[in-house]
Design a protein around this ligand. Structure first.
Ligand code: LLP
Length: 423
């Protein structure tokens, strides 16, 4: 039986499995905390975007901040995807994993001149520029290299994506993008700069969005600008719709990628822009439900007010609950008929009360059991830290019968290697 929203995760003979592999066994074999991903779940999500876009000029740029491990990037590069990057480090990762530079878009409000140079050298597909000040610096950098930087302006459409304030980006109050009212002036400026070549328009209104309507509102505002630019004789080559599609953590019912993209393409075609290339920048929806974080129960500590289930994964491994009060589903990897289920707070070993993975979870668990935090494929490993001098977890990718260790567990030696004593 597969779990809703998790087609590659199933319950078999009282064992939780990913692509048929027992998670308890993987946890015991590689140790915990351990991230485990399903390669076929990632491929299936990429295919969902690609099916909707088939037959027209398009590029699915995986927003790699969601999960930038090399084997994950390799999986998307092999599936024909491009990448949305936000730093020179991410650029280097894509190139190391075999991704093509001409399929990279470079986003972010704070690109440094050095990062611009690296990206120009690599010949990335496009810079998504977020301010007029950035335009000027990019023009100077490109001009000095005897080049013109291909650019799309990220417009802030002032649309409420209805999501958590930390991950909402399309409102006037957010730091992202160029205000809609200033966009035409910014395009005029861009066209006048010697080191800039205007290619497209772009917007990204937030993350974990669970309905199509904010996307369609933002798209209409974007197309108004495309029309206004056409009237001035500026014919944009591409429209970048950003990312942000949500996944099922608990009972959310977001549209499928295919459904969302079809609705947006319908609007684009209806407004007479069907000939333009379409880019999308999904992150979470490509990898979120492809991954779990495995953790072993260290101690059970029942108490008067709360029962604590202390596990070996912590906020440094998966910060989403502590940072966004995110609810992430927690399942034992083996069902225990003989143990009575109790209500537990699942917490990590870090010395902070904010170090929790789940509050008030009804679980039948015993010391030594392996638990899985579901939907941990996105913004899990990439947001991990070394707080409390905890080495980062190992990562495993399953692909049909094959099991690949794609990242070794970090060692304390690696962790302190760049540090120096004084004297
Ligand atoms: N494009 C741009 C310009 C972005 O800033 C982002 C995400 C994406 C695409 C991909 O969005 P996605 O499809 O993954 O929603 N750490 C937070 C999420 C932060 C999202 C930041 N930007 C979390 O764990 O919920």
């Amino acid at each position: 039986m597969t779990l809703p929203g998790h087609p590659f995760l199933a319950s078999h003979d009282d064992q939780l499995t990913l692509e048929g592999h027992s998670l308890t066994e993987l946890g015991r074999r590689f140790g915990t905390p351990l991230y485990v991903y399903s390669r076929n779940a990632m491929r299936a999500q990429a295919a969902s975007y690609q099916r909707a876009l088939a037959g027209r000029s398009h590029l699915v740029c995986y927003a790699m901040k969601a999960n930038s491990s090399l084997a994950v990037l390799q999986t998307f590069a092999e599936a024909g995807c491009g990448f949305d990057i936000v730093s020179g480090g991410e650029l280097q990762r894509v190139l190391t994993a075999g991704g093509r530079a001409d399929r990279i878009v470079f986003s972010g409000v704070g690109k440094t001149a050095e990062e611009m140079r690296l990206a120009l050298d690599a010949r990335v597909r496009c810079f998504n520029v977020e301010s007029e000040a950035e335009l000027s610096v990019l023009s100077e950098v490109a001009h000095a290299m005897g080049r013109r930087a291909p650019v799309s302006l990220r417009v802030n459409p002032d649309v409420d994506a209805g999501t958590h304030p930390y991950i909402s980006t399309g409102l006037k109050a957010n730091k992202f993008g160029i205000a809609h009212e200033q966009a035409l002036a910014a395009y005029a400026r861009a066209r006048a700069l010697p080191g800039i070549e205007v290619m497209g328009i772009d917007c990204h209104i937030g993350s974990q969005i669970t309905s199509a309507s904010p996307y369609l509102d933002a798209l209409d505002r974007l197309l108004d600008l495309v029309d206004a630019l056409s009237a001035q004789g500026v014919d944009l080559q591409h429209i970048d719709l950003g990312g942000g599609l949500g996944i099922t953590y608990t009972d959310e019912e977001p549209p499928s990628a295919e459904d969302l993209v079809r609705q947006m393409l319908g609007r684009i075609d209806a407004r007479g822009h069907g000939h333009r290339e379409v880019l999308v920048e999904p992150g979470r929806s490509l990898v979120g439900n492809a991954g779990v974080l495995l953790s072993s129960v260290l101690y059970l500590k029942p108490g008067e007010e709360k029962n604590f289930c202390i596990v070996d994964a912590a906020m440094n491994d998966l910060v989403r609950p502590a940072m966004y009060q995110a609810w992430m589903r927690i399942e034992p990897c083996q069902r225990r008929g003989s143990t009575v289920a109790r209500t537990w707070d699942v917490v990590g070993p870090v010395c902070e009360s904010g170090d929790w993975l789940g509050h008030d979870r009804k679980l039948a668990v015993e010391q030594g059991d392996v638990l899985a935090v579901l939907s941990a494929g996105a913004y899990g490993m990439t947001m991990a830290s070394n707080y409390n001098t905890r080495p980062r977890a190992a990562e495993v990718m399953v692909d049909g019968d094959a099991v690949h260790l794609i990242r070794e567990r970090e060692s304390i030696e690696q962790l302190i290697a760049g540090e120096r004593l004084i004297g």
